[in-house]
Design a binder for this molecule. Structure first.
Ligand SMILES: Nc1ncnc2c1ncn2[C@@H]1O[C@H](COP(=O)(O)OP(=O)(O)OP(=O)(O)O)[C@@H](O)[C@H]1O
Ligand SMILES: O=C([O-])CC(=O)C(=O)O
Ligand SMILES: [Ca+2]
Ligand SMILES: [Mn+2]
Length: 654
């Protein structure tokens, strides 16, 4: 006798007893009635899908839309995208049509009668004869299918996320970033030592732009995303991202603000366009190019070109650089910070370099999440620039970071993670591809996200540093001058690669906690922050999310639950009223006790067995701070010299 999978034996099949059904109105449901409308399998399949293609944008006047035909709308819509993809040296690009070349594309026929192929003339190259299909603002489900069908390394994980590989680059390439220098940007931007803006000329930009556009046009299809940046409606920026990979399109779908169908209909001309031709290298014989990767920003043309890297974070942070230019022009401060809000409307900002805890600590089950990485602070309060979060996944655990864990589901892009071939369960501890594994998800995947992502003026400004030297206290209260000193310094420490044994931690100083993204001189942002903090009475805090009990190698990283207790005490206001004492060298005010945190760890000296080593390490770090700050001693911050002097005096003294 055969046994089925459950170990239950079954008898050989015998004809089942006939079930009586009534023709009309009986209690027994009869679904044998109407046959499907389809005559063929293909027709049956076509019934499965209801048409709801996203509309593409229109140029020119709005309002008249309601009266134009669908065909006319689509024709105008495609014109906008054709203009983006036009080759500037030949005056023409490919013929742009909607839809996937592999599928049955309804749009080809009706676009073809508007864009019928003209007889080629001598000056026309082959590229203007071909069609490039445009996959416009596809949904996550459609992008999943594109990725899985066509992009090697794309898989669905056990929780429904899309696992992807970013290729040879698994992080950003700041040394390959170039900014066009012209008469305007020469004066406006920060150039020279310490600046992230490495110059290129307009002509070289156009060479790279043409290379990227030609590459994209040589493909059978490109993805186009039309989306927004900044939740502040008065300062919203329209962005268009043209890319070759479903991975890139889904990443930006998650990270930028997603337009409603109505907003998309009235999208019009984008304020900024990215051409992401990341699979294709730049040409090293081109002037200014020092590798096969180039990320080029042209503020006058409002365009960015990406060649030679598929790491999606380049698009996210490229747009952030643009905001660091556009927003200060409007007296709005752009910030590399996370942001959340308590039930009573108290807002906190979390500054810090990569890996210091902006995403981890702003994602707090007891508070509303406004955003995890990029914000604006205007006269109206704070607003998130983005529509999604980008969390580090290395060693992610359900227990320690439940909201991020649960956000990794259908729609989420998981970059460079390792998973079980069969169960597709992700091993977050595995660094085989990279240490920088990431999840990009829409902000509404966090249950207590504050939508729209705006809030009132911040009450607390928390500066995060992951101090691998283990000498900065877990928390200290800062004066305004100290806040500015540490904001301009932008300190964190990186730990050396674990494989080569234990090495010295390396101090990193990155002005405004994001020197890689700022476009103006750091003192411009610093002055704005000081002015806003003063005006709105915000308190500054320095929180060390790094080492305790010794440097990297002998001590340990401060336990996340302790850091969370510290942050809780800042939010609740209880820490403001604690008893403080001043540390030597850095002159930081540290509290004597915090609920839920062992008091002995609050002063780092207590946790070091070797007091002499502690003092030496402390002085070493203080020396690095001093040296780094030398470049800023000649600059004035704010309107009077008083604040500048106070800031200079707010650093370490020894
Ligand atoms: N005490 C701690 N406080 C904060 N984070 C901690 C702590 N201990 C360990 N971590 C880990 O450190 C990492 C912090 O990364 P997070 O994603 O928050 O960085 P980020 O500041 O948002 O950087 P990026 O700008 O690159 O996104 C997480 O992986 C988190 O689990
Ligand atoms: O940009 C990235 O790749 C990740 C990030 O948020 C940062 O480095 O600050
Ligand atoms: Ca982050
Ligand atoms: Mn960041």
């Amino acid at each position: 006798m055969a046994a089925n999978g459950n170990g239950v034996s079954t008898t050989p099949k015998s004809p089942l007893a006939r079930i009586q059904t009534q023709k009309n109105g009986g209690i027994c449901h009869d679904d044998s009635g109407k046959p499907v409308k389809a005559q063929t399998i293909d027709e049956l399949h076509s019934l499965q899908r209801k048409r709801s293609a996203p509309t593409t944008p229109l140029d020119g006047v709005q309002g008249a839309f309601a009266t134009i035909s669908e065909d006319e709308r689509q024709r105008q819509q495609l014109q906008s995208i054709s203009a983006s993809l036009a080759s500037l040296t030949r005056g023409t690009g490919p013929k742009v049509v909607r839809g996937d070349p592999a599928g049955k594309v309804q749009s080809v026929s009706h676009v073809a009668h508007h864009h019928h192929i003209e007889a080629p003339t001598i000056s026309v190259s082959d590229s203007s004869l071909k069609f490039t299909h445009v996959l416009y603002n596809l949904s996550p489900a459609e992008l999943y299918e594109q990725a899985i069908k066509y992009e090697k390394g794309s898989f669905i994980t056990s929780t429904g996320a899309l696992a992807t590989l970013s290729g040879a680059k698994t992080g950003r390439s700041p040394r390959d970033k170039r900014v066009v220098i012209d008469d305007t940007t020469q004066d406006e931007l920060w150039w020279g030592k310490g600046s992230p803006n490495i110059e290129m000329d307009e002509h070289t930009f156009m060479v790279n732009r043409e290379r990227a556009v030609d590459y994209l046009n040589s493909l059978d299809k490109v993805f186009v995303n039309d989306q927004f940046l900044n939740w502040d409606p008065q300062n919203r920026i329209k962005v268009r991202i043209v890319s070759a990979r479903a991975y890139h399109s889904l990443f930006m779908h998650n990270m930028c603000i997603r337009p409603t169908p109505e907003e998309l209909e009235n999208f019009g001309t984008p304020d900024f366009t990215i051409y992401n031709a990341g699979q294709f290298p730049c040409n090293r014989y081109t002037h200014y190019m020092t590798s096969s990767t180039s990320i080029d920003l042209n503020l006058a043309r409002r365009e960015m070109v990406i060649l030679g890297t598929q790491y999606a974070g380049e698009m996210k942070k490229g747009l952030f650089s643009v905001m660091h230019y556009l927003m200060p022009m409007r007296q709005i401060l752009s910030l590399h910070s996370g942001c959340n809000m308590g039930k009573d409307g108290d807002v906190a900002l979390f500054f810090g370099l990569s890996g210091t805890g902006k995403t981890t600590l702003s994602t707090d089950h007891n508070r509303y999440l406004i955003g995890d990485d990029e914000h604006c602070w205007s006269d109206n309060g704070v607003s998130n620039i983005e529509g999604g979060c980008y969390a580090k996944c290395i060693d992610l655990s359900r227990e320690k970071e439940p909201d991020i864990w649960n956000a990794i589901k259908f729609g989420t892009v998981l970059e460079n993670v390792v998973f079980d071939e069969h169960t597709r369960e992700v091993d977050y501890g595995d660094k085989s591809v990279t240490e920088n594994t990431r999840a990009a998800y829409p902000i509404e995947y966090i249950p207590n996200a504050k939508i729209p992502c705006v809030g009132p003026h911040p009450k607390n400004v928390i500066l995060l540093a992951c101090d691998a030297f283990g000498v900065l206290p877990p928390v200290s209260k800062l004066s305004l001058a100290q806040t500015m000193y540490h904001f301009i310094s932008g300190y964190t420490a990186l730990v050396a690669g674990t494989e080569d044994g234990i090495k010295e931690p390396t101090a990193t100083f990155s002005a405004c906690f994001g020197a890689a993204f700022i476009m103006l001189h750091p003192t411009k942002y610093a002055a704005m922050l000081a002015e806003k903090m003063q005006k709105h009475g915000a308190t500054g805090w320095l929180v060390n999310t790094g080492w305790s009990g010794g440097s990297y190698g002998s001590g340990n990283r401060i336990k996340l639950p302790y850091t969370r207790k510290i942050i809780d005490a800042i939010h609740s206001g209880s820490l403001l009223n604690a008893t403080y004492h001043k540390t030597e060298v850095f002159g930081l005010d540290i509290p004597t006790e915090i609920e839920g945190v062992p008091s002995e760890i609050l002063h780092p000296e207590n946790t070091w067995a070797d007091k002499k080593a502690y003092k030496e390490t402390l002085l070493k770090l203080a020396g690095l701070f001093k040296k780094n700050f030398e470049t800023f001693t000649n600059y004035k911050i704010g309107k009077d010299n008083k604040l500048t002097e106070e800031i200079l005096a707010a650093g370490p003294n020894f």
